[in-house]
Design a binder for this molecule. Sequence first.
Ligand SMILES: [Zn+2]
Length: 146
Amino acid sequence: MVLVLVMQTDAPFWDSLGFEGIDDVDAEAVTAAFGTVEVVARGWVAEAECPDCGRISDRVHDRYQRRLKDLPLAEQGFVIRLTVRRFICGSAGCPRRTFAEPFSRLAAPHARFTTRLNHALERVRLALAGQAAPGWPPRWAPAREE
Ligand SMILES: [Zn+2]
């Protein structure tokens, strides 16, 4: 599924925005202010699987918010404010009492950037490494594994 967000303001530079390959979040609201576009999003699935015991739970313990930076859009900063639900495992033999919705395609656990921004930053890093001055790396440097 591709999420399509339609701006209701007079910002002409975008009318839709796709999170390709991310099928577990819904966008609830989009605001644009102070050079930053903010998307309020949350997961829509009713249940999640405990990472320790694999039991499926639909008992929500609580919710918290994660702020994720995404790729800039038309020179605007782009932030996703993601509401994450914490589920109760409830399995007697499981050491884990609660666990958070994974959102594995959007961002790694505890990440501050979305996965695609991470990939973009990695490409920038590689590009900069490729433009290093002649004679770099120095001969005494250990060979890097690619
Ligand atoms: Zn469990």
